[in-house]
Ligand binder design. Structure first.
Ligand code: SF4
Length: 346
């Protein structure tokens, strides 16, 4: 019996990569799914930290797509110092926020190629669509990504294949190019038709942002860190905290993070080492962390910010407990008003 040709598919769980896998499976290709955890995935972050009541539980979308297609999925954690260098020093710069998409894709494809060799697969495919994303899915950046990741000819994009040069998989006849697609641009109509054809029903909304790095609010927090702490000092612990809560800069030396909901408050407890922690005394409220070197006056303001987010409406007084390095004390203050909060918000 002929050994089936095997391909590694970068599956995000989104509609495009799910269709790409289904197209190749119909051609008899054996698929091994691969998904990367960068530390900046919105869904995965929410799954791990949030406790807000939801209509539906949050699942990992790649695993869900794998289960639907009956395809195994390898999850690889690439978060860490090497990936952070992609963020702090991207060779090809950022997109509209702090998204280093070209460098990020190169980083991922280098690892995907290693994995392809490790499992004895013959090529790699993605659900990328020519012209769908401004930074990484135009022809020129696609060529740069393939070249820098040393992927030339090995990377098949079934949804746009007929608009791109034939890859090794097509040249060797493993995949019939005639059965691939020529989709380009941001319209989703062709994908909807294909989803119907392949019986793909449950897929995440394409409008939902999937990566913190494309979020402009998150981008402001990262750039604030670069400016006041230095990009060379960024760690995954910092990233974790940057993804949580409301962020305010009081002075060049003092930054405040205030939890937005119970799950975040609990998660922030892990990051109290070397930081001040505040909570309101008399009412339930958020967990607040202070980074840097706050003065007594700064701490009083932070206690007022914490009271404000605890919903304290009595502007005459509010009490917050403050902890630092095992020491505990109570601060009397008044809740700060919204105009002050907005002036400090990052
Ligand atoms: S959006 Fe850009 S930076 Fe984020 S994971 Fe995708 S390619 Fe990487």
């Amino acid at each position: 019996m002929k050994t089936p040709v095997k391909a590694v598919g970068l599956l995000s769980g989104g509609l495009d990569s799910t269709i790409a896998a289904a197209m190749l499976m119909r051609q008899g290709i054996e698929i091994q799914g691969l998904t990367f955890y960068t530390g900046f995935c919105v869904v995965e972050h929410n799954r791990r930290t949030k406790t807000r009541k939801r209509k539906k539980p949050v699942h990992n979308e790649a695993l869900q797509a794998g289960a639907m297609l009956n395809v195994p999925i390898e999850m690889v954690d690439i978060s860490g110092p090497d990936y952070l260098k992609v963020l702090t020093d991207p060779k090809y710069g950022y997109g509209s926020a702090v998204n280093p998409c070209i460098d990020c894709r190169i980083f991922m494809f280098i690892r995907a190629k290693e994995y392809m060799k490790e499992i004895g697969a013959q090529f790699i495919f993605t659900g990328e669509v020519l012209g769908q994303r401004p930074m990484s899915q135009r022809k020129q950046p696609m060529d740069i990504i393939e070249r820098d990741a040393d992927m030339e000819g090995l990377l098949l994009r079934p949804l746009s294949a007929k608009l791109l040069p034939p890859t090794v998989a097509e040249q060797k006849g493993w995949v019939d190019r005639a059965q691939l697609e020529d989709i380009s641009g941001r319209s989703r109509q062709a994908q909807m038709r294909l989803a119907n054809e392949y019986g793909i029903e449950d897929y995440p909304s394409p409008a939902g942002g999937c990566c913190f790095l494309t979020d402009k609010n998150f981008g402001r927090r990262i750039l604030d860190f670069f400016e006041y702490r230095g990009k060379e000092n960024l760690t995954m612990d910092d990233v974790m905290l940057l993804k949580m809560g409301r962020h305010f800069r009081l002075t060049p030396d003092v930054k405040v993070v205030i939890g937005r909901e119970e799950g975040e408050n609990k998660f922030m407890e892990r990051y109290t080492s070397g930081r001040w922690k505040l909570e309101t005394c008399d009412v339930t409220g958020p967990t607040t962390l202070v980074e840097g070197d706050p003065t007594e006056e700064n701490l009083r303001l932070v206690a007022g910010m914490t009271a404000r987010y605890a919903g304290v409406t009595d502007f005459s007084s509010a009490r917050s407990t403050c902890w630092y390095n095992g020491e505990e004390r109570v601060l009397e203050t008044t809740p700060v008003d919204d105009a002050m909060l907005e002036a400090w918000r990052i």
